[in-house]
Design a protein around this ligand. Structure first.
Ligand code: 13P
Length: 339
């Protein structure tokens, strides 16, 4: 492990005005997304979709890194350029999702544990050879009656820490992602309590496993009311709660926190990001690492049609630009509508 290499990559991912595009949907997830546009999830359609996204003109102005899925990092553009090289040509750092998904946590109905540590050292070496410079591992935490259990929090935190250690050993910046799901009717106060407990467990484990905090990124959701909560917190409450939670739990040695969108609409995600980033003097850099909130309008515009590639790219360009402006609190309704 060379810590300066990790720090340089982490800082490059946090370059001013730039964020990360999460395009690492697993095969079952991309199949779900394609269903919305009535497109069969064939290997060629998945390849063509990712080619459309990654060759968007000037997208490197707003996107510092792209998280790929195992299949995609091995695919090529139509002209034969390997996907990681296509990204590098845009000034974008290729990254890779390395977990193997969340499965049921035995004896804890409704809770999950993320798999993928077996053989991870070897897979990481392979991904580095393929061009990856950072990685992602997602743990899933559910809010419910008596959930999350302390066992689920600690088991997921230990897996995240073991993954982060292996990733740093391979000179790949780990993006440590404990996602607390938005599903449920819980209040924003309850969400704050759960994200606080989750991050406490995660940073305890990262400390125990001797992770170099300077060479990692945290990926988190915003602190929000549950999707089914009748009382939805407003933008400023979301911003205040999110910042307060991070201040109480995330060490200042961590260079940056990147946000997942988690099922918020594209515009909602940008509005909230804008308010959070306007919060002023913070010890870490903040940026976006959205999947759905960056891709949804692009997917809808493209629809799998070769003659709509330009429309799909224009939609991705617009969302990326809006989110980039949100990083300095400069996003507005006017910019949104300017399309
Ligand atoms: P969403 O922004 O769609 O939640 O995806 C981000 C991500 O990487 C989830 O692991």
């Amino acid at each position: 492990m060379t810590i300066p290499t990790l720090i340089t990559t982490a800082q490059a991912l946090l370059a001013p005005g730039k964020g990360i595009l999460a395009a690492d949907e697993s095969s079952p997830t991309i199949e779900k997304r394609f269903k919305d546009i009535n497109l069969p999830s064939t290997e060629e359609n998945r390849r063509a979709y990712r080619e459309m996204l990654f060759t968007t003109p000037e997208i490197g102005k707003y996107i510092s890194g792209v998280i790929l899925f195992d299949e995609t990092i091995r695919q090529k553009l139509k002209d034969g350029t390997p996907m990681p090289l296509a990204l590098s040509k845009q000034g974008i750092i290729p990254g890779i999702k390395v977990d193997e998904g969340a499965v049921a946590l035995t004896n804890f109905p409704g809770e999950k544990i993320t798999h993928g540590l077996d053989g991870l050292r070897e897979r990481l070496a392979d991904y580095r050879n393929l061009g990856a410079r950072f990685t992602k591992w997602r743990a899933v935490i559910t809010i419910g009656k008596n959930q999350p259990s302390q066992t689920a929090l600690e088991a997921n935190a230990a897996a995240l820490a073991q993954y982060a250690a292996l990733s740093q050993e391979a000179d790949l910046v780990p993006i440590v992602e404990p996602e607390v799901l938005m599903d449920g009717d819980h209040t924003i106060a309850r969400c704050e309590e759960v994200i606080t407990a989750t991050l406490k467990a995660v940073f305890d484990a990262l400390f125990e496993y001797r992770i170099a905090l300077e060479g990692m990124l945290l990926k988190s959701g915003m602190v929000l009311s549950g999707k089914e909560c009748p009382q939805q917190a407003g933008i400023s409450e979301v911003a205040e709660s999110t910042i307060r939670t991070f201040r109480r739990t995330v060490p200042s040695a961590v260079p940056g926190i990147v946000f997942l969108s988690g099922g918020q609409s594209d515009v909602e995600s940008t509005e909230r990001l804008n308010a959070i980033c306007a919060s002023g003097n913070l010890p870490w850099k903040l940026t976006f690492s959205f999947g759905r909130a960056l891709q949804a309008p692009s997917l809808q515009a493209w629809k799998g049609l070769p003659d709509q590639v330009g429309a799909g790219q224009a939609a991705l360009h617009h969302r990326s630009k809006c989110n980039s402006l949100a990083l300095t609190g400069a996003y507005s309704d006017k910019i949104e509508k300017a399309g």
